[in-house]
Design a protein around this ligand. Structure first.
Ligand code: HCA
Ligand code: CU
Length: 387
């Protein structure tokens, strides 16, 4: 049951390096790798050692850090790439080759027969060199490839024996149903693990990853804040939120959830983007409640409007009260925080004033507090509304 035993392949140091704002130094990479290790992801994936001489050196450095997380290098299909990847000393190699007609025609130029031969050749060689290396074979642009072609190449590779097969929604075109269908098809064909890598161009990356797990996938690719090519892939935090809601105990046991904020902030700073206000879990508004009717229920029982407990992530809930949608329960809570002994009638009166003023202009918490203090100091409850 994949929903109970999934693994994260964290690709901030591979897919994430393909984000236009990313230009990680060796030190940055080490910091990110250590932070991901502390968070507890099962794998980290690194940029191809062929990309540049520094990429090769950095892969060797990270492989030697002695992390608990398993270190994977990511390569295309030429045999030379595989040789170089082997030299980095990582615990696994993720191999990918394009199978859609777009990629066959406009990228590597190989026909399907050649794709199959090349994949089998490289993986057979790797298997012979390093019998204990974790090998993964993936098809790029799986969802715009012919299903028959995909299954042909997966079955040919299965005979060589790999630990994992990858399915990649390279262009973010897939929907949860399509993902379910393709992953279950492959699940029936092979016993090895199944990894899903999904781009977010049309906003389905998290839902697609979840659907892949429901269909029997075992590994999900993520990156911190979702950074990657174009608008990126399944974000680590969003995926964690999804899985926490599905199986809170498991997710709390597997990962150090309080470290997520540091990770998001670190990668946001290193890439110069800032954590989006509406980011999963760590965005500034993720646990902010506003409408009076929400505030009332939240004060009584937070689960009424929260499926994620902010405390589990080291975050705090915030109830916004300085606006026209406010309610007297929230204002009362604020009076209690300030230690002001106001009656319910007085609180309702203050609330009416807050609403009336907020109808006229933007106000903030100081304005609300000022009203509360005035009423506590004995302002008449029939005092006319001041603007
Ligand atoms: C790329 C393509 C890739 C690979 C995914 C995978 C994609 O290398 O830029 O290895 O499974 O989205 O297809 O990221
Ligand atoms: Cu990708």
């Amino acid at each position: 049951m994949s929903l109970e035993s999934f693994n994260i392949i964290e690709s901030t140091l591979r897919e994430g390096e393909q984000f236009v704002g990313a230009n990680f130094t060796t030190d940055d990479k080490i910091r990110i790798a250590r932070a991901l290790d502390e968070f507890g992801v099962e794998y980290i994936e690194l940029t191809s050692p062929l990309a540049s001489p520094q990429s090769f050196d950095d892969a060797c450095t990270i492989a030697k850090l002695g992390l608990k997380t398993r270190v994977l290098t990511h390569i295309r299909c030429p045999l030379d790439d595989a040789k170089k990847a082997l030299d980095t000393g990582g615990q696994g190699i993720d191999l990918v080759i394009g199978t859609s007609s777009y990629l066959r025609e406009f990228s590597h130029g190989m026909a399907m027969e050649q794709v199959i031969d090349r994949a089998v050749e490289v993986l057979t060689w790797l298997r012979a060199q390093a019998p204990n290396l974790e090998l993964r074979f993936s098809t790029e642009d799986s969802f715009r490839s012919e299903e028959a072609d995909l299954f042909r190449v997966y079955l040919a590779v299965d005979k060589v024996g790999v630990e994992r097969f990858g399915i990649a929604d390279t262009v973010g075109v897939a929907t949860p149903n399509r993902v379910y269908q393709l992953v279950s098809g492959l699940r029936r064909l092979v016993k090895a693990g199944i990894e899903f890598h999904g781009h977010n161009d049309s906003g389905c990356a998290i839902a697609n990853a979840y659907s892949a797990l429901e269909a029997g996938a075992t590994h999900i690719d993520t990156s911190v804040l979702g950074i990657g090519e174009r608008n990126g892939i399944t974000p680590l935090g969003g995926f964690i939120a999804r899985m926490y809601v599905t199986n809170r105990d498991l997710v709390k046991k597997k990962y150090k959830l309080k470290k997520l904020r540091k990770l998001d902030e670190m990668v946001a700073n290193l890439t110069g983007v800032g954590v989006p206000f509406n980011n999963y879990i760590t965005g500034v508004t993720a646990f902010t409640h506003k409408a009076g009717i929400h505030a009332k229920a939240i004060l009584n029982q937070p689960e009424t409007y929260e499926i994620l407990n902010p405390k589990d992530f080291g975050m705090t809930r915030y109830i916004s009260i300085a606006h026209k949608l406010t309610g007297w329960n929230a204002i009362k809570d604020r009076a209690e925080q300030l230690g002001l002994p106001l009656t319910d009638e007085q609180i309702k009166d203050v609330t009416a004033h807050v609403k009336a003023i907020a109808d006229q202009k933007q106000i903030d918490l100081n304005d609300v507090d000022e009203l509360l203090y005035r009423w506590a100091d004995g302002a008449a409850s029939n005092e006319p509304i001041v603007q």
